[in-house]
Write a protein that binds this ligand. Sequence first.
Ligand code: TYM
Length: 370
Amino acid sequence: MNSENPAAQAEQNSNLRPDGSKKIVLSGIRSTGNLHLGNYYGALQKFVKMQDDYDSRYFIADLHALTTNPDPKALHESVKQILAEYLAAGLDPDKNILYVQSDIPEISEMYLLMNMHVGIGELMRTASFKDKARKALGITSENDEIEKEIIGNQNNNARVNAGLLTYPTLMAVDILIHHADYVPVGKDQEQHLELTRRFGRRFNSFYGVDYFKEPVNFNFGGEAIKVPGLDGSGKMGKSEGNCIYLIDDEKTLRKKVMRAVTDAGPTEPNSPVSQPVENLFTLMDLVSGKDTTDHFREKYADCSIRYGDLKKQLAEDLLKVTLPIRQRILDIRDNDEYLSKIVKQGAERTREYAAKTLKDVREIMGIRKI
Ligand code: TYM
């Protein structure tokens, strides 16, 4: 986009803002269970790689987790677990601000204010809302008119709650309250990021200010990624039940990989690769060297591939990534004192930034003391 504007291009490639301060990176993960490889390659690994060069702030999105009404005890355990997983994957509390979303009351207040500039129509059209609403209502067809289902049926009031609908507002506030430059996320979150930019622009234009900037995803120059599942489906996800978790032990991981969906195998040279097999190649691209993937792709092309061998190799290479992380998770996760100290410090620092933004936003919107 900026290829004809070298100054803009240079600014985009730099980790510094024009005033010389480090660019701000902000991202979070919902506390809805253990982290899987999709979370790791789509988000967490990028967090770790960015921590030396940016002013980076990462949080645990427990308010977002509430949108699917988790068991209170499970929610609390999950917050601790995710924090332990952040640290185990390599996030250094001295290099990053790490905090829990619900520790920052300013976020909740700004969410209320920002909702005044968000349309229910645009929220209802969001892909993730439609997906989650469909799941909550047990609708399997893509074509069902989900809006009619929700509005027309009184029984659906609790199952598709207003928090789920306004999820993108809360996410936008998470980001805008920090004035973040970059938001490292996986492909599935890009629509939310687009909405964040839209809400920020709308706020600016409504009040005639140049207050919020437009945050973008960060992928080290590449494309946003989508890690596929082991069941042949396009996306690894907790609710899809097709995940490899960072905390999986060796036996569990091997078993999952060996059971991954494939097909009957190629019968003619250079046949097109089916989705489930392509998924295994994609996973292999992430964890094994390129040579290994090329080797199996060639075997596929000449019909000599044995999926059992491919899976054994894949499991081996996955374990090299996950087992050291698993060990560190186990070492850290019961150290409550250590964990709570980290998020206490993180909350203090975040509240300073958040309070400043909230003060400005209130002022801009006309909420002033009499
Ligand atoms: P969540 O908790 O669903 O996922 C956390 C991160 O993991 C990425 N991810 C994937 N990436 C690639 N392939 C996959 N199969 C895969 N599955 C998950 C997601 O893209 C995400 O980066 N709404 C967010 C949490 C959030 C947030 C924010 C993120 C709340 N506020 C502000 C950034 C900034 C979510 O539900 O992610």
